[in-house]
Write a protein that binds this ligand. Structure first.
Ligand code: SIN
Length: 299
């Protein structure tokens, strides 16, 4: 029987979960870890020693694993395990071993540019530079609940077009052409406010800023609204930033969280292995509610 301790971190979201070795977590303890994820949006579990098969086995307990096919830019080495996306700046034999380089990774929610975006992502750290490369998270329940009512009225019931052309480090994906008009960018439209299928609470769902477009508005009106929404949603007091150590596993819920990575000195190695779970089709449901426990922080 594993003892599980959950300690809230930061003001807006995040919890440290102490549960011992993840490879030996019994079902009751796993249920507590999962509950912590729904309650705190992102959880940190430290001191792990996970092989790729261990990470895959743990990921399968979170949900159906997704292969994130568009994480590829075509410039990196073929994956050893199709479920594992390597996030790294390391080059071997002239070839990148992973994606996202040492660049800043802009605020985003994973794979929002797909019809069924991801639910959970779990990132496991193997090698970390001495500084930089911290990962920040922003609470989108809180962003919605504190949104100016006039701004909210302008997006209520609207959908947002999500572009799949570029990854979050700004790299063009394999097989895509640069976008000239945001209205023609390839990618699905999803409700700007979505109801979380498990908590039943509504959250702002912005995906990523580049090439986004709010359907039904002129490009100029859409740009002005998106500027206002993004500057609101990424305010510092909606965020928590993680400073990595090797052996950390971070799990976040893309349905209610956006994340961002600071750049780092590419002279140092950073190697992370990520698994991700398939999610549902985003929807705003009539029964969607406000009042997630972590949306109560004073803005
Ligand atoms: C990601 O966006 O999945 C990568 C985050 C990170 O490298 O910290």
């Amino acid at each position: 029987m594993n003892a599980v301790t959950v300690t809230a971190l930061g003001a807006a979201l995040g919890a440290q979960v102490d549960c011992g070795d993840l490879r030996r977590l019994d079902d009751k303890a796993f249920g507590q870890v999962y509950r912590a994820l729904l309650d705190h949006l992102v959880i940190r579990i430290r001191g792990q020693q996970l092989s790729d098969p261990d990470l895959i086995a743990f990921g399968k307990r979170l949900g159906t694993l997704d292969f994130a096919p568009l994480a590829k830019t075509g410039k990196e080495r073929a994956r050893t395990h199709p479920e594992i996306v390597i996030v790294s700046n390391v080059m071997e034999n002239g070839e990148a071993i992973g994606v996202l380089r040492d660049a800043e990774v802009v605020w985003h929610s994973d794979n929002s540019y797909r019809d069924r975006p991801l639910s959970y992502s779990a990132l496991y750290s193997l090698e970390i530079p001495p500084k930089g490369g911290n990962t920040g998270f922003a609470n989108m329940y809180l962003a919605l609940e504190t949104l100016d009512p006039a701004l909210r009225a302008k997006i209520e019931g609207r959908t947002l077009k999500h572009d799949m052309t570029y990854n979050s480090a700004g790299d063009l994906r394999e097989g895509f052409q640069p976008v000239n008009d945001v209205r023609d960018a390839p990618g699905p439209s999803h409700p700007i406010i979505r109801t979380h299928a498990e908590t039943g609470c509504n959250a702002l769902y912005l995906g990523r800023r580049p090439n986004a477009y709010i359907n039904g508005y002129s490009v100029e009106e859409s740009e002005a609204l998106l500027e206002a929404l993004w500057s609101h949603a990424t305010q510092e007091h909606f965020t928590w930033h993680h400073v990595w150590q090797p052996g950390d596993l971070l799990i976040w819920d893309n349905r209610c969280v956006m994340h961002h990575r600071d750049p780092f000195d590419g002279g140092y190695r950073r190697v992370m292995h990520r698994i991700q779970c398939a999610g549902d089709v985003p929807a705003l449901k009539p029964e969607g509610k406000i009042g997630h426990p972590r949306a109560k922080v004073a803005a």
